[in-house]
Design a protein around this ligand. Structure first.
Ligand code: 5GP
Length: 130
């Protein structure tokens, strides 16, 4: 069920539970502000999720409310995770679904890192353009 990017933070969402250690995940990186782990249902040979540890529903929420340290730490962590996974060449895609039209399903900000094969056009062709 797609989420509303402006809804209040739900501390029972699946990524909040992963952060609290209530649900296992295959962690690839962790620091003060950030956790990165494998997506449970990968869309590409490499499919990682990078999330801030703070309680932010979406990119909109994070960019409006997070501290400069959290934002800088998160952006650097996304780059680090991709580099550490060896994805810079031949390349990767970042995706941050935000709200209902994007089909965001988990109401805790996450950046998808997709890689490992040519990923094709930005959106499914059968959606039509614009
Ligand atoms: P969204 O559609 O919100 O951008 O993406 C949510 C992502 O979270 C999906 O790709 C989905 O496979 C992943 N996901 C959902 N539940 C879990 C889980 O329990 N563990 C992990 N590792 N990934 C999950």
């Amino acid at each position: 069920m797609p989420v509303d990017a402006t809804q209040p933070y739900d501390d029972q969402n699946i990524f909040a539970r992963i952060l609290r250690g209530e649900i296992p995940s295959k962690t690839v990186y962790e620091d003060e502000h950030t956790l990165a782990f494998h997506d449970i249902a990968p869309w590409s040979p490499t499919h990682l999720l990078v999330i801030p540890k703070g309680a932010y529903v979406s990119w909109d929420d994070f960019s409006a409310r997070a501290s400069d340290a959290e934002i800088a730490g998160f952006v650097r962590a996304v780059g680090h995770v991709a580099r550490a996974a060896g994805l810079v060449e031949p390349g990767y895609r970042l995706l941050a679904n935000t709200g209902a039209h994007s089909h965001q399903e988990v109401p805790h900000l996450h950046v998808h890192i997709l890689a490992g094969r040519p990923l094709g056009p930005m959106l499914a062709q059968n959606d039509g353009r614009s």
